[in-house]
Design a protein around this ligand. Structure first.
Ligand SMILES: [Zn+2]
Length: 362
């Protein structure tokens, strides 16, 4: 039900407190952190801890008293509690998360539990999670437990494009896949009047940001991947990092989500896809979503784009080699469960429609 004031529908949007992006931005981390407190607890993704330990220490030295912690690998209740305990023990006044999704989410959730500000320093641009007020909590065995919604977005998202340019291009491509969903899902929500992550329709800016996100990835995606192969933080790569992290982040939270992510959730029911990245599966969700609407011309355009930016276009590309009727039914059932975001689409969507859309991607 729409929330209304005396004068009309209540609409909203939310944003990270600050966003800074530059090649070499790690050099700004200390001065930025000092704006939030004197002592920082820094959670560093275990995969890059050894590579970044010295650079992080020297960036923070002279600005804040920093305690670096190697992330255990999972964003679970136990690891969130362990980080919070360590930060409390060190009398931290700010939490800094460094790395990919799970380390960043652990930092966000621990900061929330301690009532401290959080700085997010992503070292890959593989999804639009860094700017969001959302963390995905996993069980210790690696299965998803629940999404946890935070009272506010990160206080600062600081992005060093020189580091992102040196990460494998597959991560950047996956981020383009996640960013690809943003316009189509926000536009569906705009047309249906569905709610965004604030449980209200988005303001018009949210949809303009989503459109800018789409236009940016279409224009600069292929060039950015070539530059990432060369390890170069080029102007095209700068635009794609901004689209993947900032534009897509604002666009999905404030514009709303719909079929592409619902189909992603359905695909994740299959063991086959577990070695594929979030954004790779979301790209398949976008293509299936266009089929749901019978938008064949847009489908061909998006499929060609996906091929140009190394994103999957067929179920086999994400590991579903044997796309049996039974498997597709499992995906469709999860995607269409009651209350699921697929029902944010402006048309009624049934399990049969999802199965047919997926069959077009065999
Ligand atoms: Zn996503």
């Amino acid at each position: 039900m729409l929330v209304t004031s005396s004068t009309g529908i209540v609409r909203g949007a939310r944003f990270p407190g600050r966003y800074i992006q530059a090649a070499g931005a790690i050099g700004m981390l200390g001065a930025e952190a000092a704006g939030f407190g004197r002592r920082a607890t820094v959670l560093v993704d275990r995969g890059i801890y050894d590579m970044l330990e010295a650079a992080l220490s020297s960036a923070l030295e002279g600005h804040v008293e920093a305690r670096l912690i190697r992330h255990g690998g999972e964003c679970s209740e136990s690891q969130i509690a362990a980080l919070a305990a360590s930060a409390r023990d060190g009398a931290a006044e700010v939490i800094i998360g460094v790395g990919g999704g799970k380390a960043l989410d652990t930092a966000k959730a621990a900061a929330r539990d301690l009532g401290l500000p959080v700085i997010i320093f992503p070292t890959i641009a593989a999804s639009d999670a860094p700017c969001s007020a959302l963390a995905v909590v996993y069980n210790d065995d690696g299965t998803v437990a629940y999404d946890t919604f935070l009272p506010r977005n990160p206080d600062l998202v600081l992005v060093d494009t020189a580091l992102i340019a040196k990460a494998p291009a597959r991560f950047l491509a996956a981020g383009i896949g996640d960013a690809l969903a943003t316009f189509y899902e926000a536009d569906s929500c705009r047309r249906s009047g569905a709610f965004n992550c604030m449980k209200m329709p988005g303001v018009s800016l949210a949809f303009e940001v989503a459109r800018a996100c789409r236009d940016t990835i279409f224009e600069f995606g292929a060039a950015a991947l070539a530059d990432c192969d060369a390890g170069e933080a080029s102007p095209a790569l700068e635009r794609i990092v901004e689209a993947n992290i900032l534009l897509s982040g604002i666009g999905f939270e404030s514009g709303g989500v719909a079929a592409a992510h619902a189909i992603h959730h359905g695909l994740c029911e299959l063991e086959d896809v577990h070695h594929h990245l979030h954004g790779e599966k979301v790209a398949i969700g976008v293509l299936a979503g266009l089929k749901l609407h019978g938008q064949d011309e847009e489908f061909r355009k998006v499929r060609d784009f996906c091929q140009s930016v190394r994103l999957p276009t067929r179920l086999a590309d994400i590991g579903i080699v044997d796309a049996s009727e039974a498997k597709l039914a499992i995906v469709a059932k999860r995607a269409c469960r009651p209350g699921e975001i697929i029902h944010n689409e402006p048309i009624p969507v049934t399990e049969g429609m999802v199965v047919n859309a997926l069959k077009a991607l065999i």
